[in-house]
Design a protein around this ligand. Sequence first.
Ligand SMILES: [Zn+2]
Length: 345
Amino acid sequence: MSVEIRDGLIHWIGPASQWQGSRPTVQIVDGRARTLIPGLMDCHVHYSSPGGPDWIARFSDPLPEISMRAIELAEASLRSGVTTARDMGAPQGVSIKLAHMARAGEINAPNIRAAGTWIAHRGTYVSFARHFGEAHELRDAIRMEIEKGAEMIKVALSGWNEGARPKDAAEIPFSEKLLSVAVEEAHRAGFKIACHANDPASCRRGARAGVDSLEHGMFLEQGDLEAMANNNTCLVPTMSVWDAMLYYAHAVDWPEARKKRAEDLKQGSRAAVIGAVRAGVQIALGTDAGGGAARHGRIAREAELMVECGLEPRDALIAATLSASKLIGEDERGTIEEGKIADLV
Ligand SMILES: [Zn+2]
């Protein structure tokens, strides 16, 4: 098969023998013995952090350092075949500026869609998220992110931080009601909403909320996955998280409790992905590079982990292209079809 590209678009696809164009006017790239695929899409990265064993601390580095580093990490990602990426949370809107620079062609980077800053309930999640307590503060936080240029909303469900739980407070303070407020507010503004859920109770809640994607979901059970299939909620499994943790658990010699956490994530995550396939949940590939121990530029590893869970190699590729393009809203990319953007690797 041959592909003709004109003005950045796929103009024609077919056997070379049937091509009608004139040779002197085109530049020929001989791709024999190679495979042409749509540009890969990583639905979950954080270019503001390099990943590694102390990834959370890296988000608190000085802002100029974070900003400069993000440019390099985005380029590493591009070199690995990622031509579109969703940046799922960065301190102080760093990712929004990065996305603008990428779009303006000022840096060598994928096409970036930035979520801005994480939104989480007060007393939970990371200190550099945008926190709220009441529903009106949650609405304000979402509006603020949109105003600052976020292209999607990222909320994080999680339990209380150590010592933060008030007496008689619920296990997960980001209640069902608050989550429905977030979904309504994002959708009313025409934005998609992604939900971080990585403990059993958060997975239960996130799966039933009607969010567009559930991120990580390493403790999703069959009932949750059925709810996701019914709600058209896409799963972004980010298995590279535990895969990288297990590497550091041995390389850096982590304490037993931390090793066990990585092992638990692996078991839960693999079961969730296998169950998601069975339940017919849409799966989009995301690595969480930077947001966990996983490094940038290693998207192929995530696809391998999917195949290890029983996905056909072609389905892992679809998760990184067509399914990802649907989640991100990139209708002009993700497949090799006449008329689409020639976003190919
Ligand atoms: Zn993340």
